[in-house]
Design a protein around this ligand. Structure first.
Ligand code: MLT
Ligand code: ZN
Length: 474
């Protein structure tokens, strides 16, 4: 039996079945259930069915059927998204890309590899390591997040400070457009100005302009030495000052993530971890360095000379480094274990992070004095993950207040997770009317039937014409 909302006709079911390998069109409610909700517990709805294509040709065939029959579809990879863009809202066909497992040979000279939509970040990292190279992107959801989902959302993570976001890692793309035609630009040629940069347009379009089926990923050198430091600090101002010193003095710096005392307590509680230091500190910075010459001395010297660190631990072996990173990487799941949080992935200019962090806390306290605010993120690119536990998850006032604050700082309401469903009605806070109009015209030109992830990214109807808020933050 299929889901309420959008019943697929017998003809549509037969065509979809014929386009896929036997058994890979799921209509059974119990089988579909695993694809219908996201990991936050906030977003999701019934799918009319789940299609599991094996390759690009099958994806194209499915999309052609959807175009012909006006069936809305939602592409899904590892389902690690946090803004509701990868799950149905009610009645869509989920196109699950996990079976597109192509993992090409690493081109050692070009330092590139072609990767299918369903390959996870961790699989790609192992593949690159085996070839003596590395991936210039990393984050805590590496075991499940797929490379093409990361391309679709232009994912960031802790290494963006050094290597940029997903867009900077991509040298080519293959994608299925809304009419089922296949756009293939996987040559990996680096200098290529022949017309509009369509791959760049599709990256970050969150499945609304095309279904990404493969990407050519640029790899980075695998440095011989990696060192991680965990530093206890008196506050965000000190974290920023330490970051400024590191940026000037430590050439091997690849990442600087932060978290706060509340987040540490949640992680320790959730995973039963020991405290990193004897005393608790208000803020912690995780610093990552990579180089071919051991960077420990360079890093330790800069941390000591800054005179700011209250406590510090170093690790240069993979187990020790993973232990230090665990305090930061487990924040997301530990917060989620405490309930359905309000989750806002935003960015402001790096020098504004401490003031923004303080204002966000005051703002939420004024709204609900009992709310727990957990801040963590990627200091090196001004990316703050605002997590709030306590206020009713369905009460959007907290979210709106935080996003409006971001707009006053001239920051972005979506740093690295995408707009999804969660923020589409707030897009005007970060994009002008002209920009939103242009996005809507692009969407209409590439997907006139509005079948690709409808309702994701772009605001519904009139809200696109709301004026942009002026930025008053310094
Ligand atoms: C992270 O940096 O941990 C991820 O972006 C997930 C999150 O924001 O919770
Ligand atoms: Zn993040």
């Amino acid at each position: 039996m299929s889901a309420p909302g959008l019943e697929l006709s017998d003809e549509a079911l037969a065509e979809l079945r014929a386009a896929l390998d036997p058994g890979h069109l799921l209509v059974d409610r119990e089988l579909c259930a695993g694809f219908e909700h996201d990991i936050t517990g906030r977003f999701g709805g019934a799918a009319c069915a789940v299609a599991r294509p094996a390759d690009t040709a099958q994806v194209a065939a499915v999309v052609r059927i959807c175009a012909k029959r006006a069936i809305p579809l939602v592409p899904q990879g590892g389902n690690t998204g946090l803004v509701g863009g990868g799950v149905p809202r009610g009645g869509e066909l989920v196109v699950w890309l996990g079976r597109l497992q192509q993992l090409g040979d690493v081109d050692q000279v070009a330092a590139q590899v072609i990767v299918g939509a369903g390959v996870t970040l961790e699989q790609l990292q192992r593949h690159a390591h085996a070839a003596g190279l590395d991936v210039g992107i990393d984050h805590g959801a590496r075991a499940a997040a797929t490379i093409c989902g990361m391309a679709a959302t232009n994912a960031g993570g802790g290494l963006a400070l050094r290597y940029g976001t997903m867009r900077a890692q991509i040298a080519g793309i293959e994608a299925v457009l809304a009419d089922g035609s296949i756009l293939r630009r996987l040559s990996g040629v680096l200098k290529d100005n022949a017309g509009y940069d369509l791959p760049a347009l599709l990256i970050g379009s969150e499945g609304t302009l095309a279904v990404i089926t493969a990407v050519a990923v640029r790899l980075v050198p695998a440095h011989r030495h990696r060192v991680t430091a965990l530093v206890g600090l008196a506050g965000m101002e000190d974290a920023l000052a330490l970051f400024a010193t590191l940026r000037q003095r430590v050439g091997s710096l690849v990442g600087t993530d932060f978290f706060d005392a509340c987040g540490l307590a949640r992680v320790r509680d959730h995973r039963g971890l020991r405290a990193p230091f004897e005393r608790a500190w208000p803020v912690y910075l995780v610093i990552e360095c990579a180089a071919d010459v051991d960077p420990t001395e360079e890093l330790a010297g800069a941390v000591e000379e800054s005179g700011i660190a209250l406590d510090v631990a170093f690790a240069d072996d993979s187990q020790g480094r993973a232990k230090l990173w665990a305090y930061r990487e487990l924040q997301n799941e530990s917060v989620a274990a405490g309930g359905v949080p309000h989750k806002l992935d935003v960015s402001v200019r790096i020098p504004d992070v401490p003031r923004f962090a303080a204002e966000v806390r005051d703002l939420i306290a004024a709204f609900d004095a009992t709310a727990e605010v957990i801040l963590y993120g990627h200091l090196g690119d001004g990316n703050v993950h605002v997590n709030v536990l306590g206020p009713d998850p369905d009460d959007a006032r907290v979210d709106v207040a935080v996003l409006e604050l971001v707009a006053r700082y001239g920051g972005s309401i979506s740093a690295e997770h995408g707009v999804g469903i969660a923020k589409r009605e707030h897009l005007h806070l970060s994009r002008s009317r002209a920009e939103i109009d242009a996005m809507q015209r692009l969407k209409h030109a590439l997907d006139p039937g509005d079948i690709l992830n409808p309702g994701c990214v772009l605001p519904a109807g009139g809200s696109a014409t709301r004026p942009r808020q002026s930025a008053t933050g310094g």
